[in-house]
Design a protein around this ligand. Structure first.
Ligand SMILES: C[S@@+](CC[C@H](N)C(=O)[O-])C[C@H]1O[C@@H](n2cnc3c(N)ncnc32)[C@H](O)[C@@H]1O
Length: 275
């Protein structure tokens, strides 16, 4: 089996709790490296404050957490949606007060973290959720918080994983985060050599809001709407999900919903509301 493929059930199925739990039950975890990814290990080695609040979303077997514990970090939080996996983690890390294991949906999670580590979570989500990912990461990070880890810079014939490119990620995160680093990782494991980017993004003190959108069915209309939003004085970046159902707006000041509704009122089909 191609190590980057993970479907044991049809990928047409929603990538929900049932899907991910089935992967763990079937031990079809082709993404699992069996160890911490070397670029993330190198990054952790640069961290000096061992008491920062760290979150690992879509944590899987959490090799990053093993390493953080080994290095003496005291506030590690891991979250995953798959109950079978989380039950195993609870046994594995039993009685260790430096790590909290959470069963749940990352997008419903509340908290405040200094560092969030990305390791094959972004690529496991349907690309329609990418705007929501940026919004939620920004929300969960404390002031000056860091989102760091690995993102694929390639595409895949079978998904998940869903790939992407440096340019796409820069457009997506633009404004909400300051790009401290985003480069091809130099010490990836051999099967992922030259196909992943190591990135370190700092949360910007800026308004990041997500809206539900209705009425768009083509990318031409999507571009018209996002261009109109981006023309507003305080807006740094506006982007729409690939299914046209959500808009992410990054701005110096929050734009009143009424103003956004007025902008799209030229087409009566268009409806926008805050999430
Ligand atoms: C491709 S796996 C990666 C696991 C781990 N990070 C690794 O690299 O081995 C994606 C993980 O994200 C979890 N996941 C998917 N959607 C999630 C969500 N909405 N909230 C929390 N975890 C989720 C899955 O259960 C799975 O463990």
């Amino acid at each position: 089996m191609n190590k980057e493929q993970c479907c044991v059930v049809s990928c047409e199925k929603p990538l929900d709790q049932e899907y991910w739990d089935a992967q763990y039950k079937a031990q079809a975890t082709g993404w699992d490296l069996g160890e911490i990814a070397p670029p993330i290990k190198s990054y952790i080695d640069t961290l000096t404050n061992k008491d920062i609040a760290i979150l690992i979303p879509g944590c899987g077997n959490s090799y990053e957490a093993d390493y953080l514990l080994e290095k003496g970090f005291t506030n590690i939080n891991v979250i995953d949606i798959a109950p079978t996996l989380v039950e195993n983690l609870k046994q594995k890390f039993a009685a260790n007060s430096n790590i909290k294991i959470i069963l749940g949906d990352f997008f419903e999670h509340q908290g405040s973290y200094d560092l969030i580590i990305e390791q094959t979570f972004f690529c496991a989500l349907p690309p329609t959720m990418r705007q929501k990912y940026v919004w939620k990461m920004h929300q969960l990070l404390a002031e000056n918080g860091i989102l760091a880890g690995l993102l694929f810079n390639r595409t895949f014939e079978v998904s998940p994983p869903f790939g992407g490119s440096k340019e796409e990620y820069e457009n997506l995160f633009n404004g909400a985060f300051d790009f401290l680093k985003i480069d091809v990782a130099q010490n990836s494991i051999a099967p992922r050599a030259n196909s992943e980017l190591f990135f370190e993004f700092k949360k910007n003190a800026i308004e990041v809001h997500l809206y539900e959108f209705e009425g768009i069915t083509c990318s031409g209309c999507m571009n018209t709407v996002t261009t109109k939003f981006e023309a507003l004085n305080d807006v740094l970046n506006a982007s729409m999900s690939t299914d046209f159902s959500e808009v992410l707006i990054v701005s110096e000041k929050e734009i009143p919903l009424k103003e956004l509704q007025t902008i799209v009122s030229y087409d009566e089909k268009y409806k926008i509301k805050k999430i």
